[in-house]
Design a protein around this ligand. Structure first.
Ligand SMILES: [Zn+2]
Length: 257
């Protein structure tokens, strides 16, 4: 079984029996999902889908203050998601937010790398502000802040590899629509160069997809399960490390008991 560490969805769109939907996801290998939405959406999803949903609250990081973060945590948020910053993630203007999370023992989830495009932007959106090198700045200043880098800093894969390998507090995932389109040769060479597994580079990976849930009869996570399992087979990953990546790491990161 796996916990999907990065998903989206609106429970209001769901028409059907929530219990049947959860059972179908679990039968296909997903025991729970980390839902990344605003606080109200997260809470409605927990209402409808129960412990299948682990809420992580997305905040507007250039508008949110420490109080909003504290309220999200008090309401049940297991982590706080940051995205679309007006300045690089490492900028000191954001340090009070990171400091609040570090003190609360609640993780920061950073969108890293390329950001999907849907509509004309009102202000510049810089993917460079969201690359792993910026998360590295944060991890140096806040070594006790637990961090998850979503999407492995696409396309700055090497930065994500180095930062998650060397920083004890930084985890990473291959969620999103890009990593699964790189070859298994590419990923196996990263995690098992010349065929030899390099455990420090993969031990803090978390299974994740970035797909939308809560559509009855649709299971878009399935290609991601196939991709990860193929990669694990290719590099000869032990059962213990698979378990860690599939569910153990995200449980530890989000303080799930
Ligand atoms: Zn996402």
């Amino acid at each position: 079984m796996r916990i999907d560490c990065h998903v989206h969805g609106n429970p209001d769109d769901f028409a059907g029996d929530a219990g049947v939907y959860v059972a179908a996801c679990r039968q296909r290998g997903i025991e729970a999902v980390v839902l990344i939405e605003d606080l109200a959406t997260c809470l409605r999803a927990v209402d409808k889908f129960g412990d299948f949903v682990i809420p992580v609250v997305r905040v507007q990081m250039d508008a949110a203050g420490v109080r909003e973060i504290e309220e999200a945590i008090a309401a049940g948020g297991k982590g706080i998601k940051f995205i679309r910053p007006a300045a690089p993630y490492g900028d000191e203007r954001y340090w009070p937010l990171y400091d609040a999370l570090e003190r609360a023992g609640v993780p920061a989830i950073f969108h890293t790398g390329y950001l999907g495009f849907r509509q004309r932007e009102e202000r510049p959106v810089q993917m460079e502000y969201m690359r792993a090198a910026q998360v590295e700045v944060v991890s140096r200043r806040f070594p006790d802040l637990k961090i998850l880098m979503s999407h492995y800093s696409n396309p700055w894969w090497d930065e994500a590899w180095k930062v998650s390998w060397t920083k004890d507090n930084v985890y990473a995932d291959l969620s999103g629509g890009t990593a699964i389109h790189r070859s298994l040769n590419f990923w196996s060479d990263l995690f098992a160069p010349d065929g030899e597994l390099f455990v420090p580079s993969i031990r803090k990976l978390c299974f994740g997809t970035d797909v939308r849930y809560f559509r009855a009869g649709e299971y878009p996570f399935e290609p991601y399960i196939t991709f990860h399992d193929k990669l694990f087979d290719r590099i000869g990953l032990s059962a213990a490390l698979r378990e860690q990546i599939n569910r153990g790491n995200i449980r530890a990161l989000l303080n799930l008991t």
